[in-house]
Design a protein around this ligand. Structure first.
Ligand code: 1GP
Length: 264
């Protein structure tokens, strides 16, 4: 796998990326497996040694990338990201709750705009604050339309962002949001029921959204079994994210079962 390519071309010695190697890698995963699997590691949920152990198992289980982040962060993101990057070769992609959740020790960042909400802070303000640091850290930004979908309980992202999720029985509202993301030039759409959601994003909503867009569709939140993951892929998800289930009850066998169910 290619490493993080950097080239120093800017004024004042600023680093600029030479390529979109992580996004290209995601597209290669889709060509190879039809669907891909991301595991979310929340730095708030594990100490460094535990995160590293989990990441090593994730890599061996055939997962396609690690997302690192969460809605609320008090642990030292730099140390955790650095330790993970030294331990694994998989792409390490930041999944930030806000513009403070940045580190140079990752490969890329889901440069998310919370398009289901109407809070300007998460539509553009956090992105502006993060931009100079993404440049300085030579992170690959992957522009992503992030849509919060009602998952049956109040989630951290809903509370922290102060936005209302799209009702789970309104795929007709979700579809145009995703299409708008594509028209705005975003490279991925993320349907998020929220970490620990009671119900994952409904299949019919995934299908409606997938029909609207040609960019990859990520689905996460409340996916607890390989069977449900496979069902979401069948409905149209290109990438599945799991977080809680592996952090809390994870076993190597379960990770492999998820990877196999998603890849096949
Ligand atoms: C949250 O979609 C991810 O952003 C993962 O959710 O922790 O419920 O798997 P879970």
């Amino acid at each position: 796998m290619a490493g993080k390519p950097r080239v120093n071309t800017g004024k004042k010695g600023k680093l600029h990326l030479r390529s979109n190697w992580v996004l290209n890698y995601f597209h290669e995963v889709l060509k190879k497996h039809h669907a891909g699997y991301f595991v979310l590691i929340d730095p708030e949920q594990c100490e460094i040694e535990k995160c590293v152990k989990l990441a090593r198992e994730v890599e061996q289980a055939g997962v396609d990338a690690i997302l690192l982040g969460g809605s609320f962060l008090t642990n030292d993101l730099h140390s955790i990201a650095k330790a993970l990057k030294q331990a694994i070769e998989l792409p390490l992609v930041l999944f930030p709750g806000d513009s403070m959740h940045l580190t140079p020790h990752a490969d890329a960042i889901l440069y998310i705009s919370l398009i289901s909400g109407r809070n300007p802070n998460y539509l553009i303000n956090e992105q502006v604050k993060a931009a100079p640091w993404i440049q300085r850290y030579a992170l690959e930004p992957i522009p992503t339309g992030y849509m919060l979908i009602e998952g049956g309980n109040k989630t951290a992202v809903e509370f922290m962002s102060g936005t209302m999720p799209i009702p789970r029985d309104k795929p007709d509202i979700a579809g145009p949001h995703a299409l708008a993301a594509q028209y705005l030039g975003m490279q991925m759409v993320y349907l998020e029921a929220g970490s620990g959601a009671t119900h994952p994003v409904p299949d019919d909503m995934i299908t409606v959204v997938k029909d609207q867009i040609s960019i990859p569709l990520i689905v996460g939140g409340g996916i607890r079994t390989p069977e449900i993951a496979a069902e979401k892929v069948e409905a149209g998800a290109d990438f599945i994210v799991t977080g809680n289930i592996l952090e809390k009850n994870g076993s190597f066998e379960l990770m492999k079962a998820f990877a196999n169910a998603i890849h096949s």
